[in-house]
Design a protein around this ligand. Sequence first.
Ligand code: PEP
Length: 252
Amino acid sequence: MPSSLIAGNWKMFKTASEARLFIQDFLKIYTPTDSVEVLIAPPFTALQAVHDALGSTTIALAAQNVCGEKEGAFTGEISPLMLKDLGCKYVIVGHSERRQHYGETNSLINQKIHSVLAHDLLPILCVGESLEERQAGHTPRVIEKQIQEGLHNIAADQVRQLTIAYEPVWAIGTGLAATVEQATEVHIQIGQVIEEKWKIDRQDIRILYGGSVNAENATSLFQSSAINGALVGKACLNPDTFAKIIFSAKKT
Ligand code: PEP
């Protein structure tokens, strides 16, 4: 099993100058260790600043989105080639805010995953159900469809390089995190889908939980052996809180 991963998604927060200050503050309170991998996903405009401020630490750099094409007439888009060149290791793909506000479909997400892998970057595929879907009892169906379609024609050895983030839409940015039981149930299901379809050991991939993770609920979430880390939004914007969440993952 790979080490736990704590991923900080800054969303559309922090200028390049603010990003530099954040990393300086964060490195005063957090020393990277091997037991937990940490990544930071700033906006595109702060990738270079974060990369430079991280220097030779083992904290990984990630992008929050990517274009499925390598280059060409795609105004306003950023390609995996460009992200790789900037020193990114991971790319978040299919975040629910991209699905909701920018109409990203499973098919587009699949194109992005192929492109990310083709450029030796590691995708973090986000999946998750809406409140209506959960209340209607459709969570397993929705999650399975997002995985099957998002990973269409992805080979087993590539799936092994993947991280999946289970992010129930109703928990993102609401302060209402899934309970450990709710998250564990879906994580187990995701593992089963992966094992059945790609015949690989679920232990070979990381499944993160995301949705209102904070310094208070992190410890209990990480006690579940089905939860291999977290994708953190709001709570990663403060260096102290982000460090506390990472320490919780280290302790468990
Ligand atoms: C996210 O952006 O992926 C996220 C989980 O946000 P928050 O932690 O703020 O709910």
